[in-house]
Design a binder for this molecule. Structure first.
Ligand SMILES: [Zn+2]
Length: 293
């Protein structure tokens, strides 16, 4: 069993960085909570990998979110990762939509008029930051590479591998500024291109990185653990219900004896009975009845 983690390397002379992510457990946890068609599960796994990879850039307490939105059969692919390495994600499908039968056709449908958004939200102080670009390319990898080209002008190569069970990502990126090794970036790109999916999935990251970059001078930073985590709570769900407004809540209470809300990310169920609903309608706090799994 491989441990989920993120590993960062820096090639100082080339002025580039490398990020490795393995996310077997998180991907299994996310995919086990919903019944996604295999092609959608595959795209969601890639979105989880990319988001975990991007999280290496967060230098404060907060959360990074990736959203791929489209008017096609897969209307939303979403994943987020917090500073503690807590990762979650979901896919939303259009009702009754017919899914394309191949991976490339599915991504094409997603890219058609679709947008890719990266959002960074500090947990407490500071401004929320968001970058949005049209989805380009034929895969999640290419869409992200295009994002970096357009928004940050940083040459980037991303490799993602998922076999239905194990999931790994490798990203190399040029950093802004000069390099004392002009050919270095080309060498790194070439090395990354030689890496096979099986190699990325069969071994621990440390071994993959050592084999791949053995001839390059590099600095390795301590690995960071990643795990599945959904921050939903009964209180947060109550706030969302209250946001519906009094009349909507009253209608809901009249219609249903017990209102059950399921978190779309983790499938946790939260039940609100008539007493809870009455409290919400009056703007009070709901009592602490137990949650239902
Ligand atoms: Zn949840």
């Amino acid at each position: 069993m491989r441990d989920d983690h993120l590993q960062r390397l820096v090639f100082e002379e080339i002025n580039a960085r490398c990020i490795w992510v393995q996310l077997d457990g998180v991907t299994r946890a996310v995919l086990s909570r919903a019944d996604y068609p295999p092609l959608v599960a595959d795209q969601l796994a890639r979105a989880l990998l990319v988001t975990a990879t991007m999280s290496s850039g967060i230098k404060f307490d907060g959360r990074i979110t990736l959203q791929l939105q489209s008017a096609g059969p897969v209307s939303l692919l979403m994943a987020d990762c917090d500073h503690d390495g807590g990762v979650r994600g979901l896919a939303r499908l259009q009702e009754d939509a017919e899914l394309p039968s191949s991976e490339s056709a599915l991504f094409e449908a997603l890219a058609d008029d679709g947008t890719l958004a990266l959002t960074v939200e500090p947990a407490r102080h500071g401004r929320r930051w968001q970058g949005i670009v049209p989805i380009e390319g034929g895969s999640v990898e290419q869409a992200l590479e295009s994002y970096f080209r357009q928004s940050e002008q940083l040459p980037t190569r991303i490799r993602l591998a998922f076999d239905g069970d194990r999931a790994s990502a490798l990203m190399i990126q040029r950093m802004p500024g000069e390099t004392s090794d002009e050919d270095g970036w080309n060498r790194l790109e070439h090395l990354v291109d030689t890496l096979g999916d099986q190699e990325m999935l069969a071994a621990e990251g440390e071994e993959v990185l050592r084999r791949l970059f053995h001839a390059e001078q590099r600095r390795i930073f301590p690995a960071r653990e990643l795990h599945f985590h959904c921050p939903c709570t009964r209180e947060r769900v109550a706030v969302v219900l209250q946001g519906l407004g009094q009349s909507e809540l009253q209608a809901l209470a009249a219609e249903q004896e017990v209102v059950e809300v399921r978190c779309e990310f983790c499938n946790e169920g939260y039940r609100f009975d008539q007493v809870d609903l009455a409290a919400l309608i009056q703007g009070g706090e709901p009592d602490d009845s137990p949650t239902v799994h």
